[in-house]
Design a protein around this ligand. Sequence first.
Ligand code: ZN
Length: 333
Amino acid sequence: MSQPYKWPIYGHKNQLKFLQETISQDKLANTYLFYGPAGLGKKTVTDYFVRSIFCLSDKSKPCDKCDYCQMINRGTFLDLYKVGDREALSVDNIREFLHKISMSNLSGHRKIAIIYGTETINLFSANALLKTLEEPPANTTIIMIADSIANLPSTVISRAQLVKFKSLVKEDMKAWLENYKFSNEEKETIINLSFGRPGVALRLMADDLEQFKKSSSFILKMMAGGTFYYMQAIDKWFEILKKEYPGYKLYELGNLTREYLDLFEVFLRDILWVKLDRPIVNEIYNKEINALSQKFNQQSLINNLLLINKAKQKLNYNISPQLMWENLFLSIE
Ligand SMILES: [Zn+2]
């Protein structure tokens, strides 16, 4: 029998296979805990999983055509409950949610209850939840989604069928990115910067890539320019920042420049990687990075990376970020 599941999801092969088999064999667990870092696609998988559970078609699940698929897509399907998707997971929200799913279901069908952002649950909500997990309402499956389980009570974790999501391997990211129009260098950079997390890549692709390029050329100019140039550039930069964000405290202004420090670090590391003959992250600027690598030796690159780390720590304190940046460029070897 051919599988009816056509989920347009890249990566997570074992997880998908496992979930699809539980639907086929009608062996749904009472409680699932889908976990793994944000941006891996846990919500998307949950969406296809849940719609496939209810879908009436036996050829293509979810079919998007049957009554149930259409009701779910319109948000009018009564046996599907969600919490934490738009609202915070407060004790009240959780209690109300648990109360709703404990009521007998009118249709007699299976009920699915999804808890998003379970990692943010507090102890009181967790206790309320635990009671439901210990005595689950009939015919009900609860799916908890969490970016991390480090802070979840072990009593909650142990009640659930765990499904762990991992970063996508490069081939899966590549296959997925085939659906988008970007140059090969851009795709490589997106893959490298998103660490196998499509959600992070999507953010980059939305408009961050343009911002990323702007910030990158800013950093490159600073690295290529002399003392006079970057002192002037930093002056101008902060003049604009102070105008755009009046009333910002020093550390708040500093936070606005934090991504540039990260980016600066990416560049220096890439230059070091060129020297060590390792693949670089920022493929878009391959040429520039190779040219810059002539200017640095290995030890100075390592020293500079350490300087950046120190600068990052300084941003946490209430020091002038402008001074921090000026000192950083003055001490860069
Ligand atoms: Zn359907």
